[in-house]
Design a protein around this ligand. Sequence first.
Ligand SMILES: NC(=O)c1ccc[n+]([C@@H]2O[C@H](COP(=O)([O-])OP(=O)(O)OC[C@H]3O[C@@H](n4cnc5c(N)ncnc54)[C@H](OP(=O)(O)O)[C@@H]3O)[C@@H](O)[C@H]2O)c1
Length: 302
Amino acid sequence: MRVLIGGGSGFIGRELTKLLKDKGHEVTIISRQPGPGRITWTDLESASLPVCDAVVNLAGENILNPLRRWSESYKSEVFNSRLNTTRSLTCAITSSKAPPQSWILITGIACYRPNVQTPYTEDSEWTTFDLWSQLVKEWEEAGRLPANTTKNIKQVVIRSGVVLGQGGGAIKQMLTPFWLGLGGRLGSGNQPFPWIHVSDLAGIIAHSLDTSRIPASSQPEVFNGVAPALNTNREFTQELGRVLKRPTLLPLPEFFLRAALGWERAAILTQGQRVVPKRTLESGFQFQYPDLTSALRQILAR
Ligand SMILES: NC(=O)c1ccc[n+]([C@@H]2O[C@H](COP(=O)([O-])OP(=O)(O)OC[C@H]3O[C@@H](n4cnc5c(N)ncnc54)[C@H](OP(=O)(O)O)[C@@H]3O)[C@@H](O)[C@H]2O)c1
């Protein structure tokens, strides 16, 4: 199978590329930078879609870069990097004479309103209520193929939780303070912490490429990309400390996170949703790391 991956050079894209190549598939990355095995977004816009069996989009400006002040221009980059790359791909797929069999978009679980009690599945109704749910709405709309072009193209949206893995994502930023014994819960720590191991997210993407599992429909199939374990931030913090054998006694207060990151970004860390991968499991996907202990042991193994 030939797979085209927008943003494939990033944390999730590297894991996905390795998994697909190990399975014998060919991967081409779409990047802002040219290079071997890559095309650029400008190439995509100036020519037709390269011949491929599947297209995946993982492109997007990092939202939680602690070194960048949260400003209107940063916010625009966060939105535009996701919406413009997704629109470029839907447009290229729609106008292709030989369209791919699958179109897979990775978005987020921020469409579900933070709530410590209600579990959300892929079937839960939602409407926009803040900046992040607005982003997911516009992102998923940008990824929807017009009804007259959807014939034979399986559309999948994977709403990912916080992705945990070696060498990138949230864990990379947390390790130093935790090693120094300065790790602690964020805010109250009672907020749900929907997470997934990067190998499982790559696995769900690869599983979605098997078109025989996905029914043909003009609506995208939605999979929640979260581990089945429903953990809180407090449980995650304690387990990370336990696996690292470090204390986790110093909570990071909400006011500090708001001052450091801006209140909209701080909310991503201090609030959370209980998200259940109902359809992901019903589709036959088997998690390699369904619980925090197994995931953290793998990630922190040296
Ligand atoms: N990591 C998580 O916890 C998580 C959770 C939920 C959803 N997601 C979503 O999953 C996708 C991939 O996440 P990731 O962790 O792999 O991200 P990442 O490591 O930051 O990589 C994303 C890739 O996007 C491209 N990119 C970055 N800024 C861009 C910009 N301004 N314009 C166009 N392309 C840009 C980069 O590729 P080039 O430099 O090669 O152009 C980069 O390698 C993102 O859309 C993210 O929102 C991630």
